[in-house]
Design a protein around this ligand. Structure first.
Ligand code: URA
Length: 229
């Protein structure tokens, strides 16, 4: 979304007043002053107006148990957006803190708090993500060592050390501290295997609530919110 529209949607500023504020240097995106009204804001951009995060008033923090065939996107495309599952007003202001593929299930965190989402998604904060993985083939014997040393992802360099727990020949739990595009699938492809099922169990210290049925959501507790503040 354009920055001037984002400001008009999330503050009392009209689009033309937002442009004036931009020109005056009052707006930062992820800590950098932005003057361009057409600057593209993504879900995890932290937009501030005179140092105050925009959209942080009445901020909501949620966890969702994502089903397959829903998109981690704010708009419906080939599949419906996960926001369709949240029967609250103004779901368009929620940011998705770390996207899952359309065929991945499990824990998705959402909030209007850009800084909070940024601490989950930015590689600088090393937030861990744990996935349960079903594989097409038995895993190679030296997978632990390869994943610890890092595997080469075409165009994205070497992955950071990941930890692996073997549950069976074809089922593992992996924890990574970054979130590159299709990262887990590409890591196992680099080991000559194929991911046939992927489920996110945990983000940092927030675990998917076992009481949440697929497609359901709940508000986070104050303790859970504080983990990324
Ligand atoms: N890694 C993937 O490959 N897909 C996801 O949905 C999440 C992590």
């Amino acid at each position: 979304m354009r920055l001037d529209k984002f400001l008009a949607d999330n503050t009392e500023l009209t689009r033309s007043l937002a442009k004036r504020e931009l020109k005056a240097g009052a707006i930062t995106c992820d800590g950098v002053v932005i003057n361009d009204p057409g600057f593209k804001v993504s879900d995890d951009t932290d937009v501030c107006w005179y140092g105050e995060t925009v959209g942080a008033i009445n901020t909501r923090y949620l966890m969702l148990h994502k089903p397959k065939e829903y998109l981690c996107s704010n708009i419906d495309e080939l599949y419906p957006s996960v926001l369709q599952l949240i029967g609250l007003p103004r779901t368009d202001t929620l940011r998705i803190a770390g996207r899952l593929d359309v065929d991945t299930t499990g824990l998705v965190l959402l909030s209007e708090d850009g800084q909070w989402c940024h601490r989950i998604t930015s590689p600088n904060f090393h937030c861990s993500k744990t996935y349960l993985v079903q594989l097409a083939e038995p895993l190679v014997a030296d997978a632990e060592a390869q994943l610890h040393a890092g595997v080469e992802l075409h165009g994205d360099g070497l992955t950071r050390p990941a930890t692996l727990e073997r549950l069976s020949d074809t089922e593992v739990r992996i924890t990574i501290i970054e979130g590159k595009y299709h990262q887990v699938k590409r890591m196992f492809a680099a080991l000559g295997n194929k991911v046939v099922g992927l489920h996110r169990e945990q983000v940092g210290a927030i675990a998917l609530d076992p009481e949440l049925a697929v497609g359901d959501w709940r508000y986070l507790s104050a303790d859970e919110i504080a983990l990324f503040q």
